[in-house]
Design a binder for this molecule. Structure first.
Ligand code: ARG
Length: 476
């Protein structure tokens, strides 16, 4: 049987432009997935009679030997072999002998890379989702601690109405919650195997794509081979999910930056926030939150980079598609770092109770509450708005409601009740509102979501674990 001599590059990768063509820098992380996909492919070839049982065994043990080298850092990567797929094939030839030449039966690097990327995506979503859950848990813990702490709420960055610290933290929680939902949906839609599509048009050999799909924990195999080798929707979706997550993270980062400034003063100065100035001895900068804010630029750039590569590509495989990996790796690395940094920040920041108390006692924050007190005693809202607006514009002590009490005597007792921030915010009991009672319900909803995520994590974890199982399984 003719095969490449051990160690020789197959002729298809020999070209003067090989350095430019190489994707090794970005596809090394796909190695484990490539190996697991190959185990599944070899087994399928055996089942349909294209390989003899001893050939399947030899390939499987060769692939596991490659995996061992990869795990122990002894795999001899060779840049002239263009990519992870050919590196594995050549090394397998060295370890297992000529039978390695049969592994590529009915398979192209085109369906192979698409498969590897989907396996990578599944594992990556599992990892990121776990980190996102931990960030949500941190937010929830802090929200529980600060359930009744009043803080000014802002619109247009102007003091607007009282809310609670818990309510602010939970607002960020629900954003991240939607990010998590998007990640689950992305992984679910991506769970279709492209293996068997070949280069673009399947094969004349009796392949069984459903079999490899099942072995690798996919819901089904591709519907159309041309689509299967060109579809990068899962990666584009992942990048969108991570870009929007980064935008959400940047907003939380911005809030921490503002709260840490002396102008707000809501956070205690602490090394948790970041480092100091090399020149100004008094400084403690909110670097971590700023960097979280800044990293969003990268993540959005990564999404735009991939969409730009995909735009206008003709069907099936084009080498442009190799450019899908760098933005994905960058966005995943960025999101991982941001998730961990935010988790530390959220867990480590301390609210300055005194400054918060002072800010929350700003009488302007209760202007709407005063107007609503008048409404409760029969004044039309528009008239109440005018009267209270005039009071706050009058220039006298805004906390002294005597003039309003005189104009609206029946509302007078209620006006007294809205003066203390804690009492006032406790009245904002609208479902989904900031009052501690309403927040208690929110916390319950949030805890239920976290419990549901634990189940999703373990079910995705089982699929992710199939890769390890295929590589660890004792030979049959
Ligand atoms: N390195 C390639 C990529 O990342 C693998 C597929 C190569 N296919 C090909 N026909 N040259 O997309």
């Amino acid at each position: 049987m003719a095969t490449t001599k051990s160690g020789d590059p197959p002729s298809y990768v020999i070209t003067p432009t090989s350095e430019f063509l190489s994707s090794l820098e970005v596809d090394r992380p796909l190695l484990r997935y490539d190996l697991a996909g190959s185990v599944a492919h070899a087994r399928m070839l055996g089942e349909v009679g294209l390989l003899a049982p001893d050939e399947v065994r030899a390939l499987e043990s060769g692939l596991r030997a490659v995996d061992l080298e990869a795990r122990t850092g002894t795999f001899p990567w060779r840049s002239e072999l263009e990519d992870v797929h050919t590196n594995v094939e050549v090394r397998l030839t060295e370890l297992a002998g000529p039978v390695a030449g049969k592994l590529h039966t009915g398979r192209s690097r085109n369906d192979q890379v698409a498969l590897d990327e989907r396996l990578y995506l599944r594992a990556t979503v599992h990892d990121l989702a776990g980190r996102l859950v931990r960030l949500e848990e941190a937010l929830l813990r802090r929200a529980t601690e600060e359930r009744s702490t009043p803080i000014p709420g802002y619109t247009h960055l102007q003091r607007a109405q009282l809310v609670t610290v818990a309510h602010v933290l939970l607002a960020h929680f629900w954003r991240f919650e939607r990010d998590l939902d998007r990640l689950w949906a992305t992984a679910a839609r991506a769970n279709v195997s492209p293996l068997g599509a070949g280069a673009l048009a399947g094969s004349t050999l009796p392949l069984d794509p459903a079999r490899t799909a099942q072995e690798l924990g996919f819901d089904r195999s591709f519907e159309n081979s041309l689509d299967a080798v060109s579809d990068r929707d899962p990666l584009a979706e992942l990048l969108f999910d991570l870009a929007l997550f980064a935008v959400h993270a940047s907003a939380l980062g911005e809030e921490i930056v503002l709260y840490a400034s002396k102008e707000f003063g809501y956070l205690e100065r602490s090394p948790v926030l970041g480092s100091g100035s090399s020149l100004m001895p008094q400084k403690r900068n909110p670097d971590a939150a700023e960097l979280v804010r800044g990293k969003a630029g990268r993540s959005i750039g990564d999404l735009v980079a991939l969409l730009t590569v995909l735009k206008g590509l003709p069907l099936a495989y084009d080498r442009d598609l190799q450019e899908d990996k760098a933005p994905v790796l960058d966005a995943v690395r960025t999101a991982t770092a941001v998730l961990d940094a935010l988790g530390d920040l959220v867990g480590g920041i301390r609210f300055d109770a005194e400054r918060l108390g002072l800010a929350a006692r700003d009488p302007e924050l209760l202007a709407t509450d005063v107007a609503e007190a008048l409404v409760r005693h029969g004044t039309p809202f528009r008239a109440a708005h005018e009267a209270v607006g005039a009071h706050f514009r009058a220039g006298s002590d805004p906390a002294d409601l005597t003039p309003l009490r005189r104009s609206f005597p029946s509302a007078a007792p209620e006006l007294d009740a809205v003066r203390d921030p804690a009492t006032a915010v406790a009245r904002r009991r609208t479902s989904g509102g900031p009052a501690p009672d309403a927040v208690a319900q929110q916390l319950e909803l949030a805890r239920a979501r976290l419990a549901a995520h634990a189940a999703s994590l373990s079910s995705l974890g089982r699929k992710v674990g199939l890769v390890e199982e295929l590589l660890n399984e004792e030979e049959k």
